[in-house]
Structure formats: structure tokens, C-alpha cells
Design a protein around this ligand. Sequence first.
Ligand code: RFL
Ligand code: PHB
Length: 391
Amino acid sequence: MRTDVVVIGAGPAGLLLAHLLAAEGIESIVIEARTKQYVAARIRAGILESASVDLLRAAGLGAGIEAEGEEHRGIYLQWPHERHHLDFTALVGRSVWVYGQTQLQADLVAASEAAGRPVFYDASGAALHDLDSDRPYVTFTDADGNGQRIDALAVAGCDGAFGPSRAAMPDGQRETWERVYPYSWLGILADVPPSTDELIYAWHPDGFALHSMRSATVSRLYLQVPNGTNAADWPDDRIWDTLATRLGHGQDGWRLTPGPITERSVLPMRSFVQSPMSHGRLFLAGDAAHTVPPTGAKGLNLAIADVALLAPALSDLVRDNDAKLADAYSGTALRRVWRAEHFSWWMTTMLHASGDPFDAQLQLSQLRWVTASAAGAAGLAENYTGLPIGF
Ligand code: RFL
Ligand code: PHB
């Protein structure tokens, strides 16, 4: 097969890139290691920055957000006996949207199918070749067990933290940075209306808790747990009791309503950046190039911001052999990536119990400052709602 751009990975980065390229008249073929059903069912992010929503709307992908998304003016930050609302709209004139990655993924798949764009699901053994030439190609085995080769003008590595694209960059020419955190999140999805109108981020001496949501009838909640925690050791009652304690059930009359848990999983927390984000004709986007701990709600938004930069760069490269934007891609994307890396690290270290009493006092002091000072609150709001794409 032959196409303009081979996209490896049918997550949000890969499918949105294929969509944006098509809008510029550039052909692509997407290959995905998992089945369509598996990709559709993955439960992940829940928050879109306003710039992500603007981009999705401009790309004709706003109907689902319009119908089912919920705009939030801000978040609550709390610690025992105190809950404070940060009103992002008042502070920086921007908001965020609650819209599940699962819903966005479904919108992207629907758009891809409506346009008849090729996606090879269940593709194994993807390998990248001749990236230093201007005729790179990708080989893989398709769902029926047939060997395939796609020749292209560029390869987009949108294959997440565990795909082959990251490692396809020559060792001597890439630099990586990593931070592994000494705690994980236990996440649940529950069929119960959220007990809050906007997200609650809770500091507690026992550990962090987050009350998020997916809709008027579905809640998403997280608990800080030790690394290596087995979700099976957390029966429903233990989860709801721990959430109630950490989220302040009973505080100022607030109540946490429990309900049937439909999904539970443990996720480790990691910060990671690989630089540069391009090599020859290979371009990395999304989790393939960087990961963040979920506390700042940045992972999905970074993936969207990357491909918003990458689509015009690839289109100039492929259509006009103009490499100006392609050459600038890595540097431009990494400026925003490092801002989000810092913000996610900062939110994570401000809110999670480390077991060190000195850390705890610093965290509480920081939380008081962020909630009591307009400058502190505006800094958090500006980062949480997201800096403009290309910042
Ligand atoms: P994805 O979504 O991981 O997609 C990569 C795709 O590549 C496929 N793949 C391959 N395909 C072909 N050949 C191979 N050899 C392949 N190897 C892998 C994979 O199967 C997959 O389909 O990366 P992408 O597109 O860059 O998107 C990134 C986001 O998914 C991720 O950053 C967010 O989900 C992170 N994240 C959050 N981000 C936010 O912005 N806000 C949040 O609230 C938020 N919460 C979360 C999160 C991530 C979570 N998990 C479990 C990782 C909550 C959770 C629980
Ligand atoms: C979520 O709803 O899954 C979610 C929301 C905010 C975060 C992380 C995850 O910071």
C-alpha cells in the first residue's frame, strides 16, 4: 500500500491527526494494535481544556461535546474542614469541559468511518523503516495474519507510552526524562449522580481523593493508593468509606452518595518526556512522546495540542515538500509539553500524601496560598484551563 502519512495508533492523537490531515487533503492510513472494541471501551481522561474544545469544534467534531459535554467554570480544592471554589472563568476567562475520552474516541471513530478512512485494527508487529529517507515505510501483520507494507512520505508515531515509535528514534539522538511517583490511583466508575457540581480535588493526611464525573448519572472517583495495590483488595464498601473520609462527607452538610461500581482499576503515575519529538520523517505525538500524572488532567489535551501543530506541518511537508513547520514541530510542541509536565508534577506533589510531615505543612501552605491569593489562584486556573495551542 501507499499513502501520504502512516499513523501508528488509533487513540485520540492518531485518529484526530488523520481527521485534520484529511481536512487539508492529505491521505493517511492508521494502524492500531488493539481491536476496535477494546479501544472504544478504554476508560481514561475526562477533562477537555477550552482550547481543545475550540479545536474539536473547528474540525467539525463538536456535536457530541455540544450534546453531552458539560462546561465547568472551575474546581473545588479542599483539605480537612475547608473547601474552596476556584472560578476559572472569573480568574482567567476560560473554562474546561467534562467530556469522557471514551465519548471523544467514539466521535473520532464515527468521523473516520463516515469519511471511509482506512484503519487497520488488530495489527501486530508494527515496525518502522527508512525513517532517515524521504520514503519511510511501516510493516505489520494484519488481523487476518497477512504481512503488510505501507510506503509513505511521513510516519506519525501516535502509539502511546508502550508503542514502538518512541524507541525507533536512534539511541544517541534522543534524550529522555522520567519521574516515577511513590503512589498510584485507584479509579472507579459508578452509576450514581455526582455528589458535586464541579470536580473536587481533596488533600487529606491519609491520601489524595478526586471526585470527577462523566455525566449527570455517572461519577468517576479516584483514591491515592500505594504502588502495587491490587484493586481486588478494595471491596466497594472500603472504597466508598475511604472516599467519604477523604472527600469530607459530613463537612458543612456535604454528603457523598455511593452507588454501584461498574469499573475499577489501579493506575501508576509517571512523568516522562522524550526529546526531540521528531527524527527524519518520524514525528511523535501524544503519549508516544510524553506522559504526565493525571492530577493536572493534561494527557489528552497535550495529545490534541500536539496533533494541532503536527497536521499543518505534515501537510506542508507532504504537499509542498516545505519542511519549515515540520522542522519547528518538536521545539514548538515541547515548550507546551514542559509547561504541562511542570503543572502536572506540581498538582501531584501538592495534593498527594508523601508520609513526610514537613511536606504536609508545605502542601497545606501552598493550598492556602492558591485558594486565598488572586495571583496564586490565577496561576492554577491559567494552567488548568490550558495555555493557547502553540504557547
Ligand atoms: P493512547 O490513547 O494511549 O493511544 C495510543 C494508541 O496506540 C496503540 N498502539 C499501537 N498501535 C499499533 N501498533 C503498536 N505496536 C501499538 N502500540 C500501541 C494503542 O493501542 C492505543 O490505541 O495515546 P494518545 O492518542 O497519545 O492519547 C493520550 C491519552 O490517551 C492520555 O494522555 C490520557 O488518557 C491521559 N489521561 C488523562 N488525560 C487528560 O487530559 N485528562 C484526564 O482527565 C486524564 N485522565 C488519563 C486519565 C489516563 C488514564 N490512563 C489509564 C492512562 C485517566 C486515566 C485512568
Ligand atoms: C477524570 O475524570 O478521569 C479525571 C478528571 C480530572 C483529573 C484526572 C482524571 O485531574
